[in-house]
Design a protein around this ligand. Sequence first.
Ligand code: ZN
Ligand code: ZN
Length: 138
Amino acid sequence: MNLGNCPRCGKLFANNFRDICPSCIKEIEQEYEKCLKFLREEKMATIQEVSEATGVSIKQITKFIKEGRITVADNPNMMYPCEVCGVLIRQNNMCDSCRTRLTRDFAGAAREGLGNEQDGTADRKGSGAYGAVDKFRN
Ligand SMILES: [Zn+2]
Ligand SMILES: [Zn+2]
């Protein structure tokens, strides 16, 4: 049996198939029910309105959406924040502009690192180490 700390409430619990403790699972189920019920009645609600009305955090509601438990298709105003810049989106983990920027950064990462030496703080005293290693030969 594996024991671990629940990342949600910090309590020690026996690891199960979810990575949070049973009482948090129960709480999250209740939060889910509350969100669903509210969304059934308020189809035009935004994520902020759902959060305020149900007391469920936007982070948790975002999780429900990403897990596919809350479908944004039925609720046209339901959007969740981009993981990078917080702009509201309806699909993926980040908005289009963050995604294109990240893809570009990734592609350019190999070239970067060369253009960043203007502040003169670079420490180049690396030659001593090589001589020290030489002493241990023979
Ligand atoms: Zn817990
Ligand atoms: Zn973004």
